[in-house]
Design a protein around this ligand. Sequence first.
Ligand code: URP
Ligand code: ZN
Length: 431
Amino acid sequence: MNKLLIKNIEIINPDRTFKADVLFDGDKIVQISENGIQSEANVYDGTGKYLIPAGIDPHVHLALPTPAGPSCDDFEMGSKAAIAGGTGALIDFVTPKRGQSLIEATKARLKETEASSIPIKLHVGITWWDDSLDAEIQTLIKDFGIKTFKVYMAYLDVIGLEVPQMHKAMESIAKHGGIMALHAELGIEILKLQYDFIQDGKTIAFYHQWSRPPYVEFEAVEKALLMVEFTKCPIYFVHLSTAESVQMIREAKAKGLPVYAETCPHYLLLDDEKYIGPFREVAPYIMSPPLRPKKNQDALWAGLKDGTIDTISTDHCPFTLQQKSAGINDFTKIPNGVGGIYHRMGLIYTYGVLENRISLNEWIKLSSSNAAEIFDFENYGKIEEGKDEPVFIWDPEPEEVIGDSHPFSNADTNVYKDLKIKGKAIKISEL
Ligand code: URP
Ligand code: ZN
């Protein structure tokens, strides 16, 4: 194994920043010393750079099947984007067909993940309910190491659960020691608003946001929090986008309820003005929940700063413009989702740390350590001696302006285009 000595690098852990020399034997960190290390190993001068635990992106959809075809990045591509951007693990989803065994669907999805070059965990979707699923949930937790079960309150016509079924799922997950990952949007309300808009001839992409206004999210959060009180089932709220949701989660955490929350770079950095324009310019921004008025961004950053929001995922689910065109005459048919795996660490660093919204340590908590803890990634999230842990060097100097498409992606549009990113991940194996 090759030994490597990194000298004088700033180590960024969730709880502490310190300058040290770090000796690697292959991937293993054999020694960390603040007083200097002497070794015959190859030496890399880390002055001015950071050593960071690899990021964990806890919410991505690679090759997600949809009526417009699968989301356009598969596990091979998504994992390449992750490594290039400083991320060392991803959590994707199993989306069983209604009536299909959760275990069978999980086995099939696990096969697909073999194309990834980094560890992948899976949230298992509960897209239907009968009481036989209770035993499947138990088996998935005990024998497959699954911790999270995804429920969609939205998409009621295809994969969503009605409240009574969701309640049953929560009881089962709580009983077996799992966590529910929840897409909180009121499904019935969305179907009604979509129907009304289409009936009125309001079919263009602009109306997507109005078919899922802010209350559709925060009233779903409110309802789910009440169910947490009754069932004691821990919930991980995915992709929160509104100020009201953040405040509800803050109050729930203060009451001691077992809740976690996630947001995404697109809700922190982009707003609903993106929905004004011709189809080819608006369609790339169609995701659910939709982009919100700018005033929500400060509340989301405040939630990240005070620990109300635990993680920042990308919800990476890109489609080509050709795929998005399935909804050119009916916004409800535009496949939902945007890309972002490659940019995530850089966006949070540039617009979080460098804009003084969060500290370097909070950057690591929000992009890696909190997810490591919630989702049981051993060996991730904190740089320590003796660990065989994926880490990256972060060079804070390089600057790039994001272009029209994504590096390491088949997507031909990029919702972050024209944003400047400062900093770049360097793989230890490249030194
Ligand atoms: O728009 C999104 N978020 N697409 C991916 C599926 C989901 O709802 O998370
Ligand atoms: Zn998602």
